[in-house]
Design a protein around this ligand. Structure first.
Ligand SMILES: [Zn+2]
Length: 352
């Protein structure tokens, strides 16, 4: 009898903890969703289609970034809100003719190795007919989930480079990317051009670190130390910094130019034409782009039919984000850092 009573009591305690945890999770999510209004002026711009537009988009983003990173110097004792880790789906592939994953490679990012022959030519690790699928600028409603579905239908895996701000707007979409077993790096906080003359070394560092911290905050887990420069603008100082942080840098072998494609068919044709010529490569696409999401089922089918094989890149170890940026971001977003009480416990309607 006594042990039964004790068991009951223990059970109640466990249940209470679980309920409290649920509240906490719900509050964290609400805070995440409310974040855009609280913290940021506007979403990072979509990929502009001409070089003149690139310059103006950059300057806007840079200004925006300065406002926000300015407050990062203040120290805070805030903690990252704990989020439950998404459980990777390990279900068997339902599609017997799926493209799948032919090979998984693990990358030792010590010293900041570079990948993608458009800029980095030392590490030629793909064999003939091998491709790496990469997607930039997400997470974004509609388009990213469509990309995820197309990849999942073919039981294949990709590498995502989300924009930090976008990760704070749509953390639930980025968590879905992780839950489906894809690799996630980062692509700066606000898509600023790190090679711009106006960009100081400190601002470039802030863009890099805040981008990684934002991805970590959204995921509740550290991202891979994989980074892609916005517009593939490799600033020498930023490259040296990334090297010192042991972050691998990604250019590409093959640019889909999907952000300026007039329709899905054009993306499929661009990628397949270049691929048939080059024979292999890291393919740059954007899960932010609607046409890309529309093109993907066809493109993956064409890859399979053409005898191409997907290689997934993973990091040997996750990135150690810097605490000052993790904390600064939480502070900026006004997440509940001291009290995690549910709204209904704090505010009650007593007359209506
Ligand atoms: Zn980009």
């Amino acid at each position: 009898m006594r042990s039964n009573a004790l068991g009951l009591m223990l059970g109640s305690v466990v249940a209470a903890i679980m309920i409290a945890g649920g509240w906490f999770f719900a509050t964290s999510l609400r805070a995440d969703q409310a974040a855009p209004q609280a913290m940021a002026a506007k979403p990072a711009s979509p990929q502009p289609s001409s070089s003149t537009k690139l310059a103006s988009a950059d300057s806007n983003l840079t200004k925006d970034d300065l406002d926000i990173t300015g407050s990062l110097s203040g120290k805070s004792t805030a903690q990252l809100a704990p989020l439950p880790l998404p459980v990777p789906q390990k279900s068997a592939c339902a599609n017997p003719d799926a493209l799948g994953v032919a090979r998984v490679v693990e990358i030792d990012t010590s010293g900041g190795p570079g990948f993608g022959f458009e800029h980095f030519k030392q590490l030629d690790f793909l064999t003939d007919k091998e491709v790496v699928l990469t997607f930039d600028d997400g997470p974004w409603p509609g388009n990213t989930p469509a990309v995820l579905k197309a990849l999942d239908d073919e039981c294949t895996k990709a590498l995502f480079f989300p924009i930090g701000k976008h990760a704070t707007y749509h953390p639930e979409i980025l968590r879905q990317v992780l839950a489906q077993g894809h690799t996630i790096g980062a692509h700066t906080w606000s898509h600023a051009n790190l090679n711009s003359k106006k960009m100081t070394e400190q601002q470039a560092k802030d863009e890099v670190e805040k981008g990684f911290s934002a991805v970590k905050l959204a995921l509740g887990a550290a991202p891979s130390p994989f980074f892609r420069f916005p517009q593939l603008q490799h600033g020498p100082a930023a490259m040296a910094y990334l090297g010192s942080r042991n972050v691998a840098m990604f250019s590409c072998d093959l640019d889909s130019f999907d952000f300026r494609a007039k329709d899905a068919a054009q993306i499929v044709n661009t990628v397949m034409t270049k691929l048939d010529k080059q024979g292999k490569g890291i393919i740059l696409m954007h899960d932010f782009q609607k046409h890309t999401a529309e093109a993907l089922p066809t493109l993956l089918g064409r890859l399979k039919a053409g005898g191409y094989k997907v290689v997934q890149m993973r990091a040997k170890a996750p990135l150690q984000t810097l605490a000052e940026y993790d904390e600064g971001l939480v502070k900026d977003m006004k997440l509940p850092t001291v009290s995690a009480r549910a709204l209904s416990n704090v505010v009650q309607t007593v007359a209506q």
